[in-house]
Design a protein around this ligand. Sequence first.
Ligand SMILES: NC(=O)c1ccc[n+]([C@@H]2O[C@H](COP(=O)([O-])OP(=O)(O)OC[C@H]3O[C@@H](n4cnc5c(N)ncnc54)[C@H](OP(=O)(O)O)[C@@H]3O)[C@@H](O)[C@H]2O)c1
Length: 281
Amino acid sequence: MTIAITGATGQLGRLAIAHLKTLTDPAQIIALVRDPAKAADLGVAARAFDYTAPQAMAPALQGVDVLVLISSSDFNDRVGQHRNVIAAAKAAGVGRIVYTSIQQADRSPMLIAFDHRATEAAINDAGLTATILRNGWYTENWTSSLAGAISAGAMIGAAGDARFTPATRADYAQALAVVAADDAHAGQVYELGGDTAITLADIAAEVSRQTGKDIPYNDLPADVYQGILESFGLPAGFAAVLVDVDQQAGEGWLADNSGTLRQLLGRPTTPLAEAVRAALA
Ligand SMILES: NC(=O)c1ccc[n+]([C@@H]2O[C@H](COP(=O)([O-])OP(=O)(O)OC[C@H]3O[C@@H](n4cnc5c(N)ncnc54)[C@H](OP(=O)(O)O)[C@@H]3O)[C@@H](O)[C@H]2O)c1
């Protein structure tokens, strides 16, 4: 069974390929990448693949049984990019598509869910057999900026005491590899999140514990947080999406207590303390 993965030179894609190589013959794995030179260290075949270049997709998808579509990080017509891939997968006779969506994508009012809802609908409309991975928030969305928080003396956000069930990229990547490698997951929609619900204050408390410094969580009004994110260089539209996540998280749109991720992994999800330790190392 030949498994091709888009976004394979991205952070999630690299981790997924590393795990997939432990589950299936590396000769059966194809990295679909914008720049094959960046894939030289992956240890699998690489084919050129750009979400914005549909005319070049047919040769890249030749012989592919399972296509993993990692959602684009380019927010310029993301749904259009995904539709290009879905149409090409359909035309190439791909047997199954695995898509990295967001928790509760079919009903979430969060701005971030809109592209995922439209992509899931496009996969459904194309009549493709699919496995949908509705990933929760990445723990790294917070831990990747801990150095800044520590030097500023506080973590910031606008989520109040909202509870998230984040998991690490490595956890989501392993689950992705597990479902890609086994057609028994065809037709499934999995809501995925970490084992433990946490607030931003919980993260700040863990950072304080591990650094021995007092790093509180400062909850900010939405407009103030938006301005700070823009001052960090984030485009206004993307900053608005992150602020919206925080504002709506209190309703539980990024919280999952199904235990599905843990079941797919066959182990507990990575604890917050471990993720913070890795980020501080
Ligand atoms: N749930 C969450 O909390 C969360 C957080 C962050 C991201 N995400 C989503 O999950 C995806 C994977 O996360 P990540 O951390 O691996 O992101 P990442 O490191 O930014 O990787 C994104 C990948 O998308 C590829 N890509 C972007 N535009 C493309 C195009 N036009 N054609 C083909 N490939 C393209 C990039 O290719 P290059 O390697 O060539 O740059 C890269 O490999 C993201 O793209 C985003 O949609 C979710």
